[in-house]
Design a protein around this ligand. Structure first.
Ligand code: FMN
Length: 197
C-alpha cells in the first residue's frame, strides 16, 4: 500500500513555527507517512529581514528548506500547517501563499485533502484560537477535511488545551509541546490514511 503523503508547510520569522514544523515532520514520518517539509516564501524585503538580528538568524537556519509550491499542495493527501499569529490572524506571508491556490481550487484539486493547523503568539490569549480557525475557514472553501486534535489524547490536557490545534507562546518547543505536535501529526497521518486507503 502506498504511503500517506503529507506536506508540512509553515512560515516562521523567529523560529518557533519552524521548530513546530520540524517536530511535525519527524512525527509524521515516524507514523509511516511520506513527508515534504516546506517553508512559505518570505515576502518582507531582504533589507528588513537582515536588519533584525533574530529574524536574519532564523532565516539563515531555514535556508535549506525548500519553499512550498503548488506541486507540494497537489502531491499531498494532507497538510500540517504551522503559522504565527499576527494581529489575531495568520501571518501575511502565509496568506499570500494561500492566495496563489486559486488554480488548484478551480480544478477541484484541494477537495478531500486533510488539514490540521498549529500556531504561536506572544501572549497566552493573543489570538491563537482565531488564527487556527482562519486557516480552517480557507480549508473549508477548498472542500478539505479538518483534522483537529480535540482532546483525543491526554497530552491535550497538558499542553494548554487548544482543541483546534497546538499553540504556544513564541520561543522554544517544550517537551510537552513536542508530544502534542507529535500527537497532532500522527492523528493527521492516521485519519488521512483511512481516507486514501
Ligand atoms: C506584526 C506582528 C503582529 C503580531 N501580533 C500578535 C498578536 O496579535 N498576538 C500575539 O500574542 N502576538 C503577536 N505577535 C507575536 C508573534 O505571534 C510571535 O512573534 C510569533 O508567534 C513567533 O513565531 P515565529 O517564531 O515562528 O516567528 C505579533 C508579531 C508581529 C511581528
Amino acid at each position: 500500500m502506498a504511503k500517506t503523503k503529507i506536506t508540512v508547510l509553515y512560515y516562521s520569522t523567529y523560529g518557533t513555527n519552524h521548530a513546530v514544523a520540524e517536530a511535525a515532520a519527524e512525527a509524521a514520518r515516524q507514523a509511516g507517512a511520506e513527508v515534504r517539509l516546506r517553508r512559505v516564501a518570505e515576502t518582507a524585503p531582504d533589507e528588513v529581514v537582515q536588519g533584525q538580528e533574530a529574524w536574519a538568524a532564523a532565516a539563515a537556519r531555514q535556508g535549506d528548506i525548500p519553499e512550498v509550491t503548488l506541486d507540494d499542495m497537489n502531491w499531498a493527501d494532507g497538510y500540517f500547517v504551522s503559522v504565527p499569529t499576527r494581529f489575531g490572524a495568520p501571518a501575511s506571508q502565509f496568506r499570500a501563499f494561500i492566495d496563489t491556490l486559486g488554480p488548484l481550487w478551480s480544478r477541484g484539486e484541494l477537495v478531500n485533502k486533510t488539514i490540521t493547523a498549529t500556531t504561536s503568539a506572544q501572549n497566552p490569549h493573543g489570538g491563537q484560537e482565531g488564527t487556527i480557525q482562519q486557516v480552517y475557514v480557507s480549508a473549508m472553501h477548498w472542500g478539505a477535511i479538518i483534522v483537529a486534535p480535540g482532546f483525543a489524547d491526554p497530552v491535550k490536557f497538558e499542553d494548554g488545551g487548544n482543541p483546534y490545534g497546538y499553540s504556544q507562546e513564541g520561543g522554544a518547543l517544550s517537551e510537552t509541546g513536542r508530544r502534542s505536535v507529535a500527537f497532532q501529526a500522527r492523528r493527521l497521518v492516521e485519519v488521512t490514511g483511512r481516507l486514501v486507503g
